[in-house]
Write a protein that binds this ligand. Structure first.
Ligand code: SAM
Length: 275
């Protein structure tokens, strides 16, 4: 029986199926197996891991994940890739293909109740909403190894006082431990995007805030960073202002960008306690 090693090189597979990248689907492919194998290694998957990959496209990262012995469920929105990916399904035996919008799928159903790891070279246009879904939604991945535009990667790992520090950093770091594990230059992709990228590895925290606390955190960070140049007293006026800040032990004259994640969590608790 033909195996993964018998699959044609990715460029040949794309050409054989007459496939060109579509901008509307955020398609920038990784055709260099050295890079896809490195991403698969950085994912630090346990033996026989259950992996959800968003946007397999031509299947380079998919092949690298399958080589590690992972069982992969790949969710692809672009129907054009079906015939190409079905060849990978036939060659591997450990790949399940789901033609769907990743924003709409129920990952718990896809993983059949098993712990699942997400590994993906994310489409730029839906990268942040997908991350928010995995950080705050009902299904929590065991780990996430995700390619983002570098600027988004920096916003995920930013610390208080950094110019990139904002809502995304607070929500990401309240729910997970996050670090940039690889920089990837634009030229590594086909076609190359306008900006460089980076791989971020996120491990959900055991003390992840429960849904109500997370909801409060999202409301308050939206208000605080919506007017990031203003003092918290002013930016939080509509949601409780001084009283809330006093409850959280925060200086009303401080600005959102100086408040650490623990400070925002105290603010969320004060908001929930206000009754
Ligand atoms: N994994 C491939 C690689 O590394 O070469 C392709 C990565 S490309 C940046 C993003 C992929 O996500 C494309 O295949 C695109 O069609 C797919 N995609 C875009 N939006 C999607 C969505 N909402 N749900 C699932 N897949 C999506």
């Amino acid at each position: 029986m033909a195996g993964l090693d018998d699959l044609p090189p990715l460029r040949d597979a794309l050409a054989a199926h007459g496939l060109a990248a579509k901008k509307s689907f955020g398609q920038h492919f990784l055709l260099d197996l050295n890079i896809t194998r490195k991403i698969a290694r950085l994912a630090q998957l346990p033996e026989g891991a259950r992996v959800v990959e968003v946007g397999p496209g031509p299947g380079g990262l998919t092949r690298a994940l399958l080589e590690t012995g992972a069982r992969v469920t790949a969710v692809e929105k672009d129907e054009r890739f079906r015939p190409l990916l079905e060849q990978v399904v036939a060659a591997s035996g450990a790949l399940t293909l789901v033609l769907a919008d990743a924003l709409a799928v129920d990952e718990a159903e896809l993983t059949g109740g098993e712990a699942g790891h997400v590994v993906s070279n994310l489409p730029y246009n839906v990268g942040t909403p997908l991350l928010i879904k995995w950080l705050t939604g009902p299904w929590t991945p065991a780990s996430m190894t995700l390619m983002f535009q570098k600027e988004v990667a920096r916003r995920i790992v930013a610390a208080p006082g950094d110019s990139d520090y904002g809502r995304l950093a607070v929500v990401a770091q309240a729910t997970s431990d996050a670090e940039i594990v690889m920089d990837v230059p634009a030229r590594a992709f086909t076609p190359p995007p306008k900006v460089d990228s980076a791989v971020v590895r996120l491990t959900p925290r055991l003390d992840r805030p429960e849904p109500k606390r997370l909801e409060a955190l999202q409301t308050l960070t939206a208000a605080a960073f919506g007017q990031r140049r203003k003092m918290l007293r002013a930016s939080l006026k509509g949601v409780g202002g001084d009283l809330l800040l006093e409850g959280a032990g925060l200086d009303p004259q401080a600005r959102a960008e100086t408040i650490d994640v623990a400070g925002f969590l105290r603010l969320a608790d004060a908001w929930l306690a206000r009754g």
